[in-house]
Design a binder for this molecule. Structure first.
Ligand code: SF4
Ligand code: SF4
Length: 358
């Protein structure tokens, strides 16, 4: 359950982050979504090593306890030893709940060991990805057999994230950071090879530029000041180095599409000013919305219901050839947005993140 402040807090000698810690087990992906916010379509192949995860999480677990661990990538099911990585993390006692977030395309290959290792599977469904509807049906059976929770979300649009050219406008960077839900509300912290990061995007911005990500992170060391240093780091109101090349959660809205890997790099080879949705940025400075406005729960998608009724879907496609394989109608969008809004009056000298933390 997300806490309302968006800030990490020291409670009973342990840092409690706003929500979760991400366990990125692969950088690359088997599909190429246009606005992937982990840059996976152009990341070189990389897999997390179970021993390294165990080493880092064992130190972190003495100081920090997230509500859950989100296991993702890239596409996490591309990792051949995914169950071993999850077990390595779980053995440290860092959290009791592990959610596997997948695009669903490889779920038919997920071993029983993977189903046994996780507590929940979350499927992100993108339009017109072959085989996912069948895999959702299969996953429902597996989840029931293994006693695991299954969640399905639909995405038919994304907000842009990365800008290869970046910006020298420090005021714009400060505003983007202050409005960034990843940094200020969702707390998508992550760990990679001995370092803790406030967001995975800071790692991928560095890798896109061919530089090491460590300057935006904090070394995981079992020293007497580590916990205090970590708390100060995660709640630091100053933008990170990477924020000059990232628009966080205020990027322009783009319909979902697949690009070739070459097209993907060209698509982000623009200045920050061309990637940011200025109206949305200004709105986020006065009204924060905890919801991901690109993510629609299955119950609010016509397709979510239709996936349970394949005969009706076949009939619809026969009558309406343009009916998508996945996706479909958005329902209840306005209700979702209204329920998630956190209206705040923000004066000109106050950042949106400060307002959210009040
Ligand atoms: S499925 Fe997820 S990780 Fe893969 S390209 Fe799409 S958004 Fe990125
Ligand atoms: S790099 Fe900066 S703007 Fe991008 S997600 Fe991280 S904190 Fe937000």
């Amino acid at each position: 359950m997300a806490r309302s402040s968006g800030k990490s807090e020291l409670i009973g000698g342990t840092i409690i982050p706003p929500t979760h810690l991400e366990l990125n087990v692969a950088d690359h992906c088997n599909i190429t979504c246009r606005a992937c916010n982990h840059a996976s379509p152009i990341m070189p192949a990389w897999f997390a090593d179970p021993d390294t995860v165990q080493r880092d999480y064992a130190i972190l677990a003495r100081h920090y306890r997230p509500a859950f661990i989100k296991v993702l990538g890239g596409e996490p099911l591309m990792h051949r030893h995914l169950d071993a990585v999850i077990e390595a993390a779980r053995s440290t006692g860092i959290s009791d709940h592990f959610t596997l977030a997948t695009n669903g395309t490889l779920l038919h290959k997920a071993s029983d060991a993977v189903w046994a290792a996780v507590d929940e599977v979350e499927i992100s469904v993108y339009p017109d990805v072959a085989g996912v509807a069948d895999n959702i049906r299969l996953a429902r059976d597996k989840a029931r057999d293994f006693g695991k929770k299954l969640t399905v979300f639909y995405y038919d649009r994304f907000r842009a994230t990365f800008s290869l050219q970046g910006t020298a406008d420090r005021d714009l960077v400060a505003k983007v950071y202050a409005a960034c839900k990843i940094a200020n509300l969702w707390g998508c912290h992550t760990v990679r090879e001995g370092y803790f990061y406030k967001c995975p995007q800071s790692i991928y911005v560095a890798l896109l530029a061919g530089r090491a990500p460590e300057p935006d992170g904090i070394a995981i060391v079992d020293g007497p000041t580590f916990q205090a240093d970590l708390l100060e780091y995660v709640n630091d109101p100053a933008p990170q180095i990477a924020c000059a090349h990232c628009v966080g959660t205020v990027g322009i809205l783009e319909p979902h599409a697949f690009l070739t890997r070459r097209e993907w790099r060209d698509h982000i080879d623009k200045p920050t000013e061309a990637m940011v949705d200025l109206d949305w940025l200004e709105r986020c400075r006065t009204r924060q919305d905890r919801r991901d406005d690109c993510k629609i729960p299955a119950r609010l998608m016509a397709q979510g219901w239709l996936d349970r009724l394949p005969w009706l879907q076949r009939g619809l496609r026969a009558v309406l050839p343009s009916w998508p394989a996945q996706g479909g109608l958005r329902l209840g969008e306005r209700v979702l947005r209204r329920n998630a809004e956190v209206p705040r009056e923000v004066d000109d000298n106050e950042t949106a993140s400060e307002a959210v933390r009040r």
